[in-house]
Design a protein around this ligand. Sequence first.
Ligand code: PMV
Length: 333
Amino acid sequence: LDKKLKSATALACANIALIKYWGKRDPILNLPAVGSISLTLDALQTKTRVIYNPELNQDLLTINNSEATDAQTKRVQKFLDIVRAKYGFREYATVISDNNFPTGAGLASSASAFAALSMAATCAAGQKMTKKDLSLLSRRGSGSAARSIYGGIVEMQTGEDPKGEKDYAIQLATPDYWGLRVLILITSAEEKKIGSTEAMNLSAETSPYYQQWVISAKSDLHEMKQAIQDKDFEKLGELSEFSALKMHALPLTSRPSVIYWNSGTLDLIEEVRILRQQGIPAYFTMDAGPQVKVITLSEYAGSLMNHFSHKKGIKRCIESKLGADVYLTGDDS
Ligand code: PMV
């Protein structure tokens, strides 16, 4: 490779929110209406290389060795425009992004993608960024990406500041703080029907529950932080299910309504509750799609994986421990 080309490669993990983010208070700066708390997932990683090339006349994007869709490319171009404007340079880039999880499994993750891209794009441009700066920048690509800068248990903070200077994530606990595990149960490989940004806007405009969602988020965050501090798994699980169902109530009660679940999702919700009656510590959560993530403790993960991998309607199960901070892989040196 031509030595004059500036490049960097970064790796970031996806995350799953226990206390959900849903709704924006500023669509341009992508400021969330509510704070959120997530687990960084070691099993779902995106590795992204950014190579600036003065000979290019636009940014190019490949994902898992295939040319990206127009929508994906536009989203990355828009993000790189923000980076170029911030640091005052003009070169376009080739962006090569690879996920370690199966493509077409309905797990496309904007969180790991924009966290890795933020670090690779700024580093290749010769900028040294703090984690806080990276979190602020990733947020512009995707709200949940701001959390994927950190490993372990992470809080996305939010405030009243119109410029969003407080809207960045912090780490609440390191990956080894607590033996939490997440089982990712794939019920459908299809792409989501309606993207989170569009559905969030629809919720804010039409759901009668939206105001209450925003008002009630603060106490959920407070309680979850207490549960984490106390290592109270039951409390953590109970709050996670509550926040997930409360979040889904917004698209469900929008006009037109958005239903992200399929029948497999509902079967798994029931299944998790039955397991709990049998004394197994397992709680569910779902994002803007039909997959179910089961939160459990390390000592139960193996037998639960075994249990779910034999279930009808589950296409694939992935077990994850908590992942690390975003980092440079050093592949470019
Ligand atoms: O980061 P976005 O814009 O894709 O929004 C993520 C929204 C949820 O995944 C549904 C909830 C969350 O907090 O991650």
